[in-house]
Design a protein around this ligand. Structure first.
Ligand code: TYM
Length: 332
C-alpha cells in the first residue's frame, strides 16, 4: 500500500530551541517510520525578516545538519530547500487569488508580528498562503507542527476546500499532527508565553547549542510556583511553570507525564530541575556531536539538498500541472 504523505517545514533563522525540537523535529523523526516524509527548509519564509547573505547560507547548512543529527533520513524521505522548487511560489500566487483579505488579516501570528515589527512587509501578510502552497503541492495527508501553526493549517484546509469545490478533487485535505505533551513549550521565565527563538530574553529559551553551564543556569532560574508543600503535578492552568518543566523532561526522556509525576511524588522542585539539567545536558551533548559530524561535510549537505529538490520537483510539478490545467492556464 502507498504510504501516506507527511510534510512540514522550518525556517532557517539561527538558533533552534528545545521547543522546535519537541514540537516539530522529534515528531518528524518518529513519523518517518510509517509515512513518506517531505521536510522543507523554508528559506523563502525567512525573508520576511531581512537576512544577510552569508548568514542565511550558513543557517541553511546548520539546520540541515541538525535535521540529520536528529535522525531524519534523507535517503528514504525528501529533505529540500524551499527556494529550489519554484512551484511553491507559482502555487502561492494562485492561492493568493483564492484567499480573502479578511481571513488573512485575522491570522494571530500576523497580528503579533506586525505589533512588534518595524519592517511590516507584504511577505508577512502572505506568509500563511505560502505555507498553504508548501503543504498542498505534495498532496499532504498530515502536517506535524507546534500549536502556534494550527491556525495556518486551518487556513490551508479552507483554501483546499474552496479550490476543490470549484475545480474538483485537486488537493488532498491535510490534517495537523501535534505532540500530545509538547505542542507548545513555554518560556522558562514566563510560562504563559511560547518559548521562541526570537525572544529578546535569552534566559527564556534553551537553545540546542547551549552548553552544560548555560543549561544549568537557565533551568535553575526557570519559574516554578510557590505552592507549599511543593507539588510536582501537570496542571497547565494552576501550575504552568511545573507543567512546562514536566513536558520538557517527558519529551527528552520519552517518559509519560504520569510516570514522571509518580517518580517525583515526594520530591521537591530542585530535584525536578536537577533531573532536567542532567537529561538535557546528556541529550544535547549527543545531538551536538552528531551535528558537528554532519556539519563538517558541506559537499554532502549540498548534495542532499540538490537531490532533495530534484525529487520534490517531480511531486510538486504533478500537482501544479493539475492546478494549471483545471484553471485553464496550460492549454497549448
Ligand atoms: P518555525 O520555523 O517558526 O518553527 C518550526 C516548528 O517548530 C514549532 N515550534 C514549537 N513547538 C512547540 N513549542 C514551541 N515553543 C515551539 N516553537 C516553535 C513550530 O510550530 C513549527 O512546527 N511557518 C513555519 C515553517 C513552515 C511550515 C511550512 C510548517 C513553512 N512552511 C509548511 C509546516 C508546513 C514556521 O515558521 O515554523
Amino acid at each position: 500500500m502507498k504510504k501516506k504523505i507527511i510534510f512540514s517545514g522550518i525556517q532557517p533563522t539561527g538558533l533552534l530551541t528545545i521547543g522546535n525540537y519537541i514540537g516539530a523535529l522529534s515528531q518528524w523523526k518518529k513519523l518517518q517510520k510509517k509515512y513518506f516524509c517531505i521536510y522543507c527548509i523554508a528559506d523563502l519564509h525567512s525573508l520576511t525578516i531581512y537576512q544577510k547573505k552569508n548568514i542565511l547560507n550558513k543557517n541553511i547548512l546548520d539546520i540541515l545538519a541538525i535535521f540529520l543529527a536528529c535522525g531524519i533520513d534523507p535517503e528514504n524521505n525528501i529533505i529540500f530547500l524551499q527556494s529550489h522548487v519554484p512551484q511553491h511560489v507559482q502555487l502561492n500566487w494562485i492561492l493568493n487569488c483564492f484567499a480573502n483579505f479578511g481571513e488573512i488579516k485575522r491570522m494571530t501570528q500576523f497580528k503579533q508580528k506586525i505589533s512588534c515589527n518595524t519592517n511590516i512587509n507584504i511577505g508577512l501578510f502572505n506568509y500563511p498562503i505560502l505555507m498553504a502552497a508548501d503543504i498542498l503541492l505534495y498532496q499532504t495527508n498530515k502536517v506535524p507542527v507546534g500549536k502556534d501553526q494550527i491556525q495556518h493549517i486551518e487556513l490551508t484546509r479552507n483554501l483546499a476546500y474552496r479550490f476543490n469545490n470549484i475545480y474538483g478533487n485537486i488537493f488532498t485535505i491535510p490534517e495537523k499532527v501535534l505532540n500530545k505533551n509538547g505542542s507548545c513549550i513555554m518560556s522558562l521565565i514566563n510560562p504563559n508565553k511560547k518559548m521562541s527563538k526570537s525572544d529578546p530574553n535569552n534566559n527564556s529559551i534553551i537553545s540546542l547549542f547551549d552548553n552544560n553551564f548555560i543549561i544549568e543556569q537557565k533551568i535553575k532560574n526557570a519559574i516554578t510556583d510557590s505552592d507549599f508543600p511543593p507539588k510536582i503535578k501537570y496542571d497547565l492552568k494552576n501550575k504552568p511553570g511545573i507543567s512546562n518543566l514536566l513536558s520538557i523532561l517527558a519529551n527528552i526522556t520519552e517518559c509519560s507525564i504520569e510516570q514522571l509525576e509518580q517518580n517525583f511524588k515526594n520530591k521537591n522542585y530542585n530535584n525536578l530541575k536537577e533531573s532536567i539539567i542532567d537529561y538535557l545536558c546528556l541529550f544535547l551533548n549527543k545531538l551536538r556531536k552528531k551535528y558537528f559530524f554532519y556539519r563538517k561535510n558541506e559537499k554532502y549537505l549540498k548534495n542532499i539538498m540538490f537531490n532533495g529538490a530534484k525529487k520534490a520537483k517531480k511531486h510538486a510539478d504533478f500537482t501544479l500541472k493539475k492546478v494549471y490545467d483545471v484553471i485553464g492556464l496550460d492549454f497549448f
